[in-house]
Design a protein. Structure first.
Length: 395
């Protein structure tokens, strides 16, 4: 395939007011300023940019947003709905996503790479790693049934956790996801997750196999333990403060605040509700201010699971929410180049030699960030093919 895409360009770093992206087969051969007459197939759009990245989502294939549903949902339904979600993500402009815990994502990754299904590149963790009785353990069920249904390997002690890392690698993991904290326990406290010695073992074992570690962390203790253990990305990161921000910056860890998930109500017990709301309120004010002030590398992740409320396809919401704290150009960088670097894939730029993962947009998200919404996505170029975006369907 030889293709010339013309329009205003964002190349992952800067804006080119009018230029041409030349694509040959599946890669970008050149970027030219200005527009010349061409022999190749030409696509013209208002705004051309690298494919969007969601660095934190889950292919849960569920309808409802609750812990029991996530675990007991029929696995065939999960596979069918997730295949649908892959297409939705692609036609909404997402060319790379990272799944941090699900039953199907390593399979989606494999089938997508084989060209058997359409969708973004998937960087999958396989099962996540969690403590027994931890965050996503449906504790009303007997432990053997809970473990059987879970999308996490429960491990306790450094030895078991090294084995759990190897189990995830055996599944086909390309990243390791770990719960450094739980969410909330009765009484409103944040539940502890892994202890520091367990986290250190997980990180060491993952890095030995060349995999990055993504750490779910609520609260200062979990964030600090994640930093000390040497994780690569802090997920959610509620309860960031100056001390942890400074260390995150110093160690070059990425911060993925997953704001999109917190703008949607989540059912919790009345006892927990006020504590959760306060922590979330602070996340949107203090945490984000500190993250931006310290110049943390922020990546876009939604924590959407593919339910009715957190549905794949609406993942541009993270960019919209981030735009309250940074310029649109910085949000575009976070959504592409930064996210690619944080999840360790060669993507997120329109540059010679990069894969041609490209979105053609109607409108100009450098001026109006809402123009990243699905109804503005005209074309998505991925794996040497041109797909119609949701902005390009007759209704
Ligand atoms: Zn998550």
């Amino acid at each position: 395939m030889k293709l010339a895409i013309i329009g205003k360009i964002f190349d992952g770093e800067k804006i080119i007011d009018r230029g041409t992206v030349l694509v040959e087969d599946n890669s970008i051969s050149r970027i030219e300023e200005g527009i010349e007459k061409r022999e190749e197939n030409v696509i013209e759009g208002d705004f051309i940019m690298p494919g969007l990245i969601d660095a934190h989502l889950h292919f849960f294939g569920v309808e409802e947003d609750n812990l029991l549903a996530w675990n007991v949902v029929d696995e065939i339904d999960v596979a069918i709905r997730s295949t649908r979600d892959m297409e939705r993500l692609l036609r909404s402009g997402f060319t790379t996503v990272r799944d941090l815990g699900s039953k199907v994502a390593v399979r989606l990754d494999k089938l997508q790479r084989n060209g058997e299904i359409i969708g973004p590149t998937v960087i999958a963790s396989g099962y996540s790693l969690a403590i027994t009785g931890g965050n996503d353990d449906p504790k009303d069920l007997p432990i053997d049934i809970a473990q059987r249904l879970s999308y996490s390997f429960y491990c306790d002690s450094p030895y078991e956790c090294r084995k759990a890392v190897r189990m995830a690698i055996r599944q086909g993991a390309r990243v390791i996801k770990v719960y450094s904290s739980g969410a909330f326990s009765q009484g409103g406290k944040i539940m502890p997750g892994f202890a520091l010695d367990e986290l250190k073992a997980i990180v060491e074992e993952s890095h030995r196999f060349g995999l990055k570690v993504a750490s779910h962390a609520y609260g200062k203790e979990a964030i600090m333990n994640s930093i000390l253990a040497g994780v690569d990305t802090i997920e959610h990161g509620l309860g960031l403060d100056e001390e942890t921000a400074e260390l995150i910056k110093e160690k070059g860890i990425c911060y993925i605040p997953t704001l999109a998930t917190y703008e949607i109500p989540f059912e919790v017990s009345p006892e927990v509700k006020p504590y959760r709301e306060e922590l979330v309120r602070k996340h949107f004010s203090d945490d984000m201010k500190i993250a931006v002030n310290y110049g943390l590398k922020i990546a876009t992740g939604t924590d959407y699971v593919g339910s009715k409320k957190r549905s794949h396809g609406q993942n541009y919401r993270e960019a919209v929410l981030l735009s309250k704290y940074m310029s649109n150009l910085e949000v575009l960088k976070a959504s592409t180049a930064n996210s690619a670097e944080c999840i360790d894939v060669k993507a997120g730029y329109l540059k010679e030699g990069y894969k041609a993962d490209i979105v053609v947009i109607k409108g100009d998200p450098s001026k109006n960030i809402e123009d990243l919404s699905p109804n503005h996505i005209m074309y998505v170029i991925k794996d040497g093919k041109i797909f119609r975006g949701y902005g390009n369907y007759q209704t």
